[in-house]
Design a protein around this ligand. Structure first.
Ligand code: AKG
Ligand code: FE2
Length: 363
């Protein structure tokens, strides 16, 4: 009696299932910092100036930003439920570049642990145009480039951690519009109207590691399901460009696999599914990568490099007491933890020693 313990694939309900129409009058996802919270951020950042942001401990952040703790707790529960939050009013115009990093990192520490995001082990990653080409539909156009380094349109995707956060420092001259879609809402659409794609989406895909893995690790992940159904919820992982890159390194997607990801994208791109979110300088978006996909339109920048669109990105790991403690290993970590990616501060410090040792042994 196989699978008798698994829930049937039927529509789910709950706060993670939403449509943009639900937020026409509801702005509960928007939190504006008070003057005193904003002042506390500036004070803390000034006090920490000169320190490596990675040396700030969670307890220090809690002490220096105590007025933000109730908000952080609220954000955590909303990210676990509805799946997204926008915090407005971080005083980026009153802080220098170093203070902005310190303040943002410390806010992240109120929520969870920051993780490394690339082979360079950046804990705060600049999302800005570095002049690279990026494409998600043309398989050959990627060449291990990561989308955050380009000004290209970024198809709906999850970042590979529990939570991704973006702090807007400067906007583009035009474009660069952000929008998000509930993946449980996409799941419901597929269960109801396109169930023929479910087996393929549940089996999942190999993801490209874009040559950021250690020498002894595979260049692609194991298969990561697009949907994992739990009793009362569904979690998801999806990033088309990484799926296409993975297929390029293994074997081409079948027609049925292509049809399944096309179906996912077609639903995600529907106007009645996507919630538009314009980032203003000083906005921080928090998104639950298991229940929300995010996308961004292409943009044009100012000619002056000092005015160009610039966001800081933070990848956050929440504790195992969060619903994600239950996720399959493959869904929570296969696309997230390899090479220098997906490491907390303490794991990264240990790993760097191990890596140095393996490099020394090889020479
Ligand atoms: O630039 C944006 O608005 C989003 C970028 C993004 O999705 C990412 O860096 O993962
Ligand atoms: Fe992203």
């Amino acid at each position: 009696m196989p699978h008798h313990h698994l829930p049937m694939h039927s529509s789910i309900k709950g706060p993670s299932v939403w449509r943009p129409a639900d937020f026409e009058k509801d702005t509960s996802w928007l939190h504006v910092l008070s003057n005193s919270q904003s002042a506390q951020l500036i004070d803390a950042a000034r006090k920490w100036e000169g320190r490596d942001f990675r040396s700030i401990e969670q307890t220090e952040a809690q002490q220096s930003l105590n007025s933000l703790i109730p908000l952080a707790n609220q954000i955590r529960s909303e990210v676990e439920g509805r799946g997204f939050v926008l915090v407005r009013g971080v005083p980026v115009e009153k802080m220098n570049a170093e203070q902005i990093k310190l303040a943002y990192w410390a806010m992240g520490l109120l929520l969870g642990q920051g993780l490394t995001q690339n082979a360079k082990a950046d804990f705060l990653c600049p999302v800005t145009d570095m002049g690279v080409d990026f494409g998600y539909s043309g398989i050959k156009s990627q060449e291990n480039v990561r989308g955050y380094q380009s000004k290209a349109d970024l198809n709906y995707h999850c970042d590979p951690t529990d939570v991704v956060s973006l702090l807007c420092v400067r906007k583009a001259l035009s474009g660069g519009k952000s929008s998000i879609v509930s993946t449980p809402a996409i799941y419901n659409e597929i269960v109801t109207n396109h169930p023929e794609h479910l087996p393929i989406l549940l089996r999942g895909f190999h993801y490209d590691r874009k040559a950021e893995q250690w020498p002894n690790e595979a260049s692609i992940t194991e298969r990561i399901p697009v949907f994992v159904r739990h009793k009362n919820r569904v979690s998801s992982r999806y990033a088309r460009s990484y799926i296409l890159g993975g297929a390029q390194k293994t074997q081409e997607l079948t027609a049925a696999e292509n049809a399944a990801i096309d179906c996912f994208d077609t639903i995600a791109r529907r106007a009645d599914m996507q919630l538009q979110m314009t980032f203003e300088p000083g906005d921080i978006q928090f998104v639950n990568n298991f229940t929300v996909v995010h996308g961004r339109t292409a943009y044009e920048d100012h000619a002056d490099p000092s005015l160009r669109r610039f966001l800081w990105r933070l990848w956050l790991q929440f504790g195992d007491e969060s619903p994600w403690g239950e996720e399959s290993e493959s869904m929570r970590w296969a696309f997230a933890r390899f090479g220098n990616l997906g490491r907390s501060i303490s794991e990264w410090q240990k790993l760097t020693a191990a890596e140095n040792q393996s490099i020394a042994q090889a020479n």
